[in-house]
Design a protein around this ligand. Structure first.
Ligand SMILES: Cc1cc2nc3c(=O)[nH]c(=O)nc-3n(C[C@H](O)[C@H](O)[C@H](O)COP(=O)(O)OP(=O)(O)OC[C@H]3O[C@@H](n4cnc5c(N)ncnc54)[C@H](O)[C@@H]3O)c2cc1C
Length: 391
């Protein structure tokens, strides 16, 4: 008889876990707080480690089909001068596969598509979980007071996770990263190459998503609390903040409408979580290690979690032992990525000073692309464990 799993949260980590567990023969049910799948959202780039993880979960091909090669890409200074250029071929040669950019709703659709007839209940916010033990199942309590029990619970409920308290009650709360970010998706006016600009006190990225869409992000160092909740006012603030940046940044922001933009303050855990599993409950994704987005690995790490989790619990009769092994493997790995993301975020924060920016950019302009690739491969060279696939 197949074992049962409840996945709480239908984000990247939860849906990848649902796919990987289903593939290993688990009877999976997904609970999602939102009343329906998201139809809006920004972009995301997944590197080789994540794409290999999705292959292991059985959805690599369907996911790749809705994305677009993220590179070639150029890192620029605030005046638009190229500092480092990386081609798609260099990435593929170094990491074994190209990086892919996605419109988030399309990525979610592809992950949902992989699930076939797995039950997904929308509008089902979980309140808490009893982790159970070797002799007792784990039990999720929903906001409406109902309860559901299973052999395994995957808590993939994001940075504001409610279920985290049952696993790591002593975990630090997420803190403001020191930057606010604007995210936009609009009709692509003809950008074909990824471009990342590191200017004073901020960063802007332009990434083609396929389907004729362009994703841009613009990050600015500053105090928390600047998003007003009014998209028109937030967009006006972005246009003002990046007005002096090189072309086509001001034009792209001018072409974006309030409906196409969102602003959010960035939050992450100040230090690694002390445990990622207890009893029959595992934390996965941002619920365990939300991090500054600076190394582009948050979503990738959630995918890695999901695959290692499925391998760990499927390779043993004891879910509790499997989750202990999961914790042993995933905590050191995600702690290292979290620390690197903070180091990168703090580096960016110090660079509000134009003189320091000039020095950094001068140093970058003499670096070969190989050094950028070394940085990427530090985390993206990961390969997934083999899953005991039954379907
Ligand atoms: C600006 C920005 C850019 C980024 N760019 C990249 C990038 O290029 N590459 C990359 O790899 N990562 C990137 N990241 C990080 C990445 O977006 C996250 O790490 C990733 O989306 C987290 O996925 P998740 O599934 O863990 O959590 P989430 O996406 O937050 O999903 C959690 C889900 O759980 C649901 N939920 C919450 N509470 C409950 C509850 N109580 N009951 C039921 N359901 C619940 C939520 O509705 C949601 O659907 C970026 C992040 C930011 C902020």
């Amino acid at each position: 008889m197949s074992r049962s799993a409840i996945v709480v949260g239908a984000g990247i980590a939860g849906l990848t876990a649902a796919n990987a567990l289903t593939r290993c023969g688990w009877d999976v049910r997904v609970l999602e707080r939102s009343p329906e799948p998201r139809t809006t959202g920004a972009g995301i780039v997944l590197l080789a480690n994540a794409l290999r993880g999705l292959d292991a979960a059985g959805v690599g091909d369907v996911v790749r089909a809705v994305g677009q090669r993220a590179y070639p890409g150029t890192l620029r200074d605030g005046k638009g001068r190229a500092l480092v250029h990386v081609s798609a071929e260099q990435i593929a040669e170094r990491l074994g596969t190209v990086a892919i950019a996605f419109h988030r709703p399309r990525l979610q659709e592809a992950l949902l598509g992989g699930l076939g007839d797995v039950a997904i209940t929308y509008g089902a916010p979980a309140l808490s979980v009893d982790p159970g033990d070797a002799a007792r199942p784990a039990t999720v309590t929903l906001e409406d007071g109902s309860t559901l029990s299973a052999d395994l619970v995957v808590a993939a409920d994001g940075v504001r996770s409610r279920l985290r308290a049952a696993v790591a009650p002593d975990a630090a709360e997420p803190v403001y990263v020191g930057s606010t970010t604007w995210l936009g998706v609009l009709d692509n006016p003809g950008i074909t190459e990824m471009s990342q600009t590191w200017g004073p006190g901020g960063e802007v990225g332009l990434i083609a998503l396929g389907d004729g869409r362009l994703y841009w992000y613009a990050t600015q160092v500053g105090p928390a609390g600047s998003p007003t909740g009014d998209p028109a006012a937030d967009l006006a603030a972005a246009r003002a903040a990046f007005a002096g940046w090189h072309d086509p940044i001001p034009q792209i922001l001018a072409a974006t409408t309030p409906e196409q933009v969102q602003q959010l303050d960035l939050y992450g855990f100040p230090k690694p979580i002390p445990r990622m599993a207890r009893g029959r409950v595992a934390l996965a994704g941002d619920a365990a290690h939300a991090m500054p987005p600076n190394v582009g690995q948050g979503g990738c790490q959630g995918i890695e979690d999901a695959v290692v989790l499925a391998a760990s619990v499927s390779g043993t009769d004891s879910v509790v032992d499997g989750l202990a092994a999961y914790d042993q493997v995933r905590r050191p790995r995600t702690s290292g990525v979290l620390r690197a993301a903070w180091a990168s975020a703090r580096f960016g924060e110090q660079l509000s000073n134009p003189a320091l920016v000039g020095l950094r950019n001068a140093a970058l302009s003499v670096l070969p692309a190989r050094v950028m690739l070394d940085g990427m491969s530090r985390f993206a060279s990961w390969t997934p464990p083999a899953l005991p696939v039954v379907r």
